[in-house]
Write a protein that binds this ligand. Structure first.
Ligand SMILES: CC(C)(COP(=O)(O)OP(=O)(O)OC[C@H]1O[C@@H](n2cnc3c(N)ncnc32)[C@H](O)[C@@H]1OP(=O)(O)O)[C@@H](O)C(=O)NCCC(=O)NCCS
Length: 157
């Protein structure tokens, strides 16, 4: 499925990620993420029932996201905007479009975010995610471990 999204005078194509995208995705992942996924992580998502999305402007990938669904819940497993395209509203655009793409049986979108990732947390608050809890020392960090904040967005109504 391909959707066209118009944002700040540009048209972006939202489509399913394929294995042909992985070289570009991995380049963006390593530039943008402090703890990047490996090719094997992306392969595993592509080869499972995860929803893997890319946002493309002309021929360039500018963002991507991966979700999984089970029963009436979805989990955001990865969302990344290319470094040179951050703070242009594309993370918000992508996350809103994904939230609208789920089957109507999906009632909540959950995610976990590093407590130090203030930019991402600000984005999630802006989209009305609520903080639901903390997993202490969940992530490896440069100095020891770091908490995960669990957040959820109600998709009902
Ligand atoms: C987090 C991320 C996806 C946000 O995407 P983005 O396209 O830069 O975010 P947007 O431009 O849509 O920002 C929407 C709002 O979120 C908040 N926000 C986003 N990045 C922010 C930052 N670095 N600092 C403070 N607030 C930020 C702001 O409120 C912003 O609105 P504003 O620009 O009008 O003030 C992007 O920074 C990224 O890919 N980071 C690296 C990977 C990552 O951390 N992913 C999330 C893991 S849980």
């Amino acid at each position: 499925m391909v959707r066209w999204l118009h944002h700040r005078q540009h048209d972006y194509q939202l489509r399913a990620m394929s294995s042909d995208d992985l070289d570009s995705v991995l380049t963006l992942e390593e530039e943008a993420q402090r703890y990047p996924w490996s090719r094997a992580d992306f392969d595993a998502s592509l080869n499972s029932f995860h929803q893997c999305w890319v946002l493309q402007s002309d021929q360039h990938l500018v963002a991507y996201a991966i979700t999984s669904t089970a029963a009436d819940e979805a989990d955001l497993l990865n969302i990344t905007v290319a470094r040179g395209y951050q703070r242009q509203g594309l993370g918000r655009l992508l996350l809103k479009a994904i939230s609208q793409s789920f089957h109507s049986s999906i009632q909540t979108l959950f995610l976990e975010v590093r407590a130090s990732n203030h930019g991402a947390i600000a984005l999630y608050h802006q989209l009305n995610f609520n903080e639901l809890g903390i997993r202490p020392n969940y992530y490896p960090a440069k100095k020891g471990r770091e908490d995960a904040i669990i957040m959820g967005l109600s998709l009902c109504g």
